[in-house]
Ligand binder design. Structure first.
Ligand code: ADP
Ligand code: MG
Length: 405
């Protein structure tokens, strides 16, 4: 008990311990067909403030230790089933012990210019109905919990539709730095990211999105073929609703004819002064309706203070692009090939440097092409007339690697 009463810091408790606390503090699973979002990997990731791939690793080890059970369940508003986690009996008693331990530690509660040292138990009281999980997410390495106005991370909202699964991510340090700078700058509100299919737009933006979730209200929408302007607006209105803002929602109510001018106003009011980031992945190029909708949203964003929007497209087609650039509303970034070392990491097996040189040259660092090439599938993608016989021989060679696997 010598440690009792010591200062709490962000690393005092492990990820696994924090997850156990979170599961204990979440609504219980009553019906697997109506499971709380908090019990999914995404819910855990958001509440505990750790990346999703760390969650999935932690869940494996917690299951192995017999502290949690995994079931497949349905979360309200989502079509696909998800993995949902609950505490076992031993997980429950373990989590209670950890919560007790946390409660006896001390933190420095800071509000504006005043700070006060308190036990976690007292700090939680002062912070209203805050959970231990929230406090653990807010505490820094010095034991400071800053609850000053404008630092209320616990109020952030995340909403996504069609969010891809996180895959290993290599390189792109420079691009990440550019995105980071754009997000934090007071300049262009909208960033248009363009790059060939397979160049890694979605992967890059997904990586950034996960970094940004703890800092902003974050919205992700993938424009898959079956999505429409209406389904996009619907998702956006759900995001706003989660933030307690319902202007767009009431505007879209059944029966009402959609007036884009009013939509723009509703979006503007719902975004308000919040710190938001919207990601529109693979926004469709061309088409009058798509363009009108995008202008509607862009105009709303141009009028609010602290919202950023990132749009990815294979072929950039932002309506009134020149005008937006001139107004300083829009910035542009072109995604080029992935660096050589990172491309090499994409391969599942080591190949000779000279063969890899050729692959890299042929694919120009397009990660999808590198992957297809290794799988021996690039021929489906290319016109053989465009390649020299040496290059075609290489393609065949890659296919042999695949077959002899
Ligand atoms: N930086 C990266 N590190 C690892 N894999 C990547 C990276 N960029 C792209 N990939 C992989 O390449 C493929 C294509 O990437 P994707 O992001 O879907 O491209 P795009 O959105 O530009 O069409 C995916 O399988 C993805 O996982
Ligand atoms: Mg993509």
């Amino acid at each position: 008990m010598a440690k009792k009463g010591g200062r709490l810091a962000d690393k005092t408790f492990t990820i696994n311990e924090k997850i156990l606390i979170h599961l204990k503090e979440s609504p219980p699973l009553r019906d697997s067909m109506d499971a709380p979002h908090a019990l999914t990997q995404h819910g855990i990731s958001e509440s505990v403030g750790i990346r999703i791939n760390h969650v999935s690793r932690a869940m494996k080890s917690l299951r192995k230790d017999g502290f949690v059970d995994e079931v497949s369940g349905r979360v309200r508003g989502e079509v696909r089933k998800r993995k949902v986690y609950t505490l076992t009996d031993s997980g429950l008693s373990k989590s209670q012990k950890i919560i007790k331990k946390v409660a006896s530690k001390k933190v420095l509660l800071r509000k504006g210019k005043t700070s006060k040292e308190l036990t976690v138990e007292d700090a939680l009281d002062r912070m209203g109905k805050t959970t231990t999980t929230t406090l653990l997410r807010l505490v820094d390495s010095e034991g400071v919990v800053d609850v000053s106005a404008g630092k209320k991370a616990e109020d952030l909202t995340t909403f996504s539709k069609g969010l891809p699964k996180e895959e290993p991510f290599y390189g792109r340090k420079g691009e990440m730095a550019v995105l980071e700078e754009w997000l934090e700058s007071r300049k262009e509100r909208i960033l248009s990211l363009a790059g060939d299919r397979g160049m890694g737009k979605t992967s890059l933006v997904l990586h950034a999105y996960h970094e940004w979730i703890p800092r902003r209200n974050s919205f992700w929408f993938s424009f898959q073929e079956w999505e429409t302007g209406a389904s996009f607006l619907e998702a956006l209105s759900d995001f706003f609703k989660d933030m307690g803002r319902t202007n767009l929602k009431s505007h879209l109510k059944v029966g009402k004819k959609i007036d884009l001018w009013e939509v723009s106003g509703s979006v503007e009011r719902d975004l308000g002064e919040g710190k938001n980031v919207l990601i529109l992945d693979e926004y469709p190029s061309g088409g009058k309706e798509n363009e009108t909708l995008l202008v509607t949203i862009m105009e709303a964003i141009a009028r609010v203070e602290d919202t950023k929007m990132l749009i990815t497209q294979s072929a950039r087609s932002v309506p009134n692009r020149r005008e937006y650039l001139a107004r300083g509303v829009l910035a542009e970034m072109d995604l080029l090939g992935l660096d050589k070392k990172s491309c090499e990491q994409l391969l599942s097996r080591k190949i000779s440097a000279s063969e890899f040189d050729k692959i890299y040259r042929l694919t120009e660092g397009n990660p999808l092409h590198v992957k297809l090439m290794e799988a021996g599938k690039l021929e489906e993608l290319i016109d053989t007339k465009d390649y020299t016989s040496e290059e075609l021989a290489l393609l065949k060679y890659m296919k042999i690697i695949k077959e002899s696997k």
